[in-house]
Design a protein around this ligand. Structure first.
Ligand code: HEC
Ligand code: HEC
Length: 591
């Protein structure tokens, strides 16, 4: 494991020299980001500058009560949007899908780990996003597949890195593993937005995922094209989720509007009087960012045992052991090792809240691995994935870390600066030491409200959790002469929306022969056997597949209230050079 930073205590200089032996080229990696979290608290106090909210141990806002109240409404709106799958291009991914509270704000979904590294659409490690889609006009369509093919994939994309947490992220001056977001908030053309010149990384970041091709959309369905604004303006907040699971504060906020009020109206109510982003303009990129950023500023994980003085003796021993026998806190503490103390068993310095120096370090597996921001260790016991890429390393070899025992073992085995036991040989921890270190890391830093999804970390149950991705697909298709077995793409929720609101329901087919007629069949009873046709199915629509063998039908059957709860079955039949090739089938229950 190589370690390269530009600022380290002298006592560890020899370790750095050893580390440098693995590294090249030095100059390129000796990057340093100005601005320590402790240098300047994220309280700029004055409206409309970002500021942390009231009601927590680390109150820093000096804004007047009226301004705080306005921010709280923004935060409630941001909370609704963060957990709203309708913020994605096809209603399948919310911000929160990859940032689950009970996983410490990370993605604990199994599956998106160590996928086939040779596939361009499947990175090694990360979080599932949407299926690649193309954008067909401002108000109308998001199609599976592209006219010009970057991909023939009909599977979900995966982010190249794991999702770090949004919980406590308000204490970082810069965000993302490579710290590319912030500290200013930039407009769509890249210019700094007035009044958002520092501590605005949350705003800067928030506008990205909704237009990211690996996360929630295709890049042309973006803010600049007007697609996202248009879509959200015609969207009723949280329409996809079970209303009983909407957090009380969000429900109370939404209840101040008539039922089925669109985001457009709500945005104008919340931001209409804003000195910088006011007016009757509905959803905008900047308003979206402010709302989500203010929600994040309320996610303050400050009730862990280490904050409340409820650490066990074993956990205190684990902390002291790491402090004495490792350099962990040189990076995983904002003020550096010397000032990280526990007088009376309680964390002394509130700026140690993050257990990160807010800087990036090159600790990658190879000498050319990119530097990464030190992630917070708060709630690390709730994570199911570790490190930006799922592995650490020794500068040459990848060492995969897939659970907490492997994590502690990994640090025990590190011989140098990064490991436990300083620069001595690795693997020297006793069972009792392993136990106390594990106890400290996995429990003393865990805020029970995060673990149990209680306020402010509460969240609705997402549609994608109620109905697992593609769990409505069944059966096996058949091939024609081309030997291709078409596959149905049927993951968009069959939600019956309020009158006048956008209708995003669509069904696609992929892995079919190119430029052939494809017909969507529909019926109300599932026929026996894998192939449904013949079970009273009617042909809905015929249209050609594209050059990639993909096609999409939008609103294939009009969803009306009388259909609620009544299952509908669909299947594709594609003309494979005179032979009918059938896809697998899908079941929908409109709601
Ligand atoms: C498909 C999964 C996915 C979705 C959806 C998603 N994120 Fe993320 N998020 C990630 C990944 C992966 C990263 C790290 C990316 C990087 O560093 O390049 C990240 C990073 C972040 C961070 C930075 C944390 C830090 O300490 O640097 C924040 C904050 C965040 N996301 C908030 C959001 C918001 C707000 C949304 C919705 C608008 C969202 N995310 C949607 C996967 C996702
Ligand atoms: C040189 C600075 C530095 C030191 C020293 C250091 N870390 Fe880290 N740590 C980092 C960085 C940077 C990352 C992110 C690396 C990545 O994910 O690619 C990280 C990642 C982690 C993670 C994974 C967090 C997550 O969200 O996935 C854990 C856990 C961790 N470190 C614990 C420790 C422990 C325990 C020690 C001491 C034995 C230690 N670190 C020493 C900088 C450091």
């Amino acid at each position: 494991m190589t370690v390269l930073v530009s600022r380290f205590p002298m006592s560890i200089a020899s370790a750095i020299v050893i580390a440098l032996a693995f590294a090249s080229p030095l100059a390129a990696q000796q990057q340093h980001v100005a601005g320590l979290v402790g240098d300047m608290p994220p309280d700029l106090g004055n409206w409309p500058a970002p500021a942390s909210p009231d009601g927590n141990k680390f109150v820093r806002s000096t804004a007047p009560a009226g301004a705080i109240a306005r921010r709280d409404r923004q935060a409630a709106l941001g909370k609704a949007m963060f957990w709203d799958e309708q913020c994605s291009s096809n209603n399948t991914i919310a911000c929160g899908t990859c940032h689950l509270s009970e996983a410490g704000g990370t993605d604990n979904r199994p599956g998106a780990v160590f996928l086939d590294p040779t596939s361009p659409d499947h990175q090694n490690f990360g979080a599932f996003g949407v299926i690649r889609q193309s954008f067909n006009g401002l108000t109308s369509r998001i199609d599976y597949g592209f006219q010009v093919a970057p991909s023939t994939s009909i599977d979900r994309l995966v982010t190249p890195v794991a999702a770090p947490t949004m919980i406590g992220a308000y204490l970082f001056e810069r965000l993302f593993w490579d710290m590319r977001a912030g500290p200013q908030f930039h407009d769509n053309a890249g210019f700094v937005i007035p009044n958002f010149t520092d501590w605005a990384a949350l705003e800067d970041l928030a506008v990205e995922p909704a237009q990211s091709p690996v996360e929630m959309a295709h890049e042309t369905a973006n803010w600049a094209s007007g697609f996202l604004r248009n879509k959200l303006n015609r969207t009723v907040p949280l329409a996809l989720v079970n209303p009983a699971t909407i957090p009380p504060d969000v429900a109370a906020f939404l209840a101040t509007f008539p039922p089925n009020t669109s985001y457009a109206t709500i945005f104008d109510s919340v931001f209409g009087g804003h000195p910088q982003f006011g007016g009757a303009v509905g959803v905008t990129r900047e308003r979206f960012a402010l709302a989500i950023a203010h929600y994040h500023r309320k996610l303050i994980p400050d009730q862990a045992p280490i904050d409340r003085g409820t650490m066990t003796l074993n956990q205190v021993a684990g902390f002291n052991f790491l402090k004495t026998n490792s350099s962990c806190f040189a990076c995983h503490s904002v003020s550096g090792n010397p000032t990280l103390t526990l007088p009376g068993g309680v964390l002394a310095n509130p700026f140690d809240n993050l257990f990160s120096d807010g800087r990036f370090h090159q600790i990658g597996v190879t000498p050319t691995s990119p530097p990464r921001k030190t992630p917070t260790l708060r709630n690390i016991g709730l994570h199911r994935k570790f490190f930006s890429t799922g592995h650490g390393g020794d500068g040459i070899t990848k060492v995969f870390v897939t659970n907490f025992a492997e994590l502690v073992k990994f640090y025990d085995l590190q011989p140098g600066f990064l490991g436990i036991n300083g620069s001595g040989p690795g693997g020297t921890m006793t069972a009792a030491e392993t136990n106390m270190v594990t106890d400290f890391l996995s429990r003393a830093l865990t805020d029970p409200r995060v673990a149990s999804r209680t306020f402010p970390f509460d969240r609705p149950t997402l549609r994608s959790e109620a109905v697992a991705f593609e769990s409505n697909e069944y059966g096996v298709g058949t091939a024609g002469p081309s030997a291709l077995v078409p596959e149905i793409i049927a993951n968009v929720p069959e939600k019956i929306v309020a009158p006048g609101m956008g209708q995003w329901f669509k069904i696609g087919v992929g892995r079919a022969p190119a430029n052939r007629a494809a017909k969507l069949l529909i019926g109300t009873a599932a026929a026996g056997g894998p192939v449904l046709v013949g079970g009273g199915f009617t042909s809905l629509v015929t249209q050609p597949t594209n050059a990639q063998g993909i096609t999409t039908v939008h609103v294939p059957f009009p969803l009306t209230a009388v259909m609620i709860g009544i299952p509908v079955f669909t299947q594709w039949v594609v003309d494979d050079f005179g032979v009918s090739a059938f896809s697998d089938a899908a079941r929908f229950v409109p709601y």
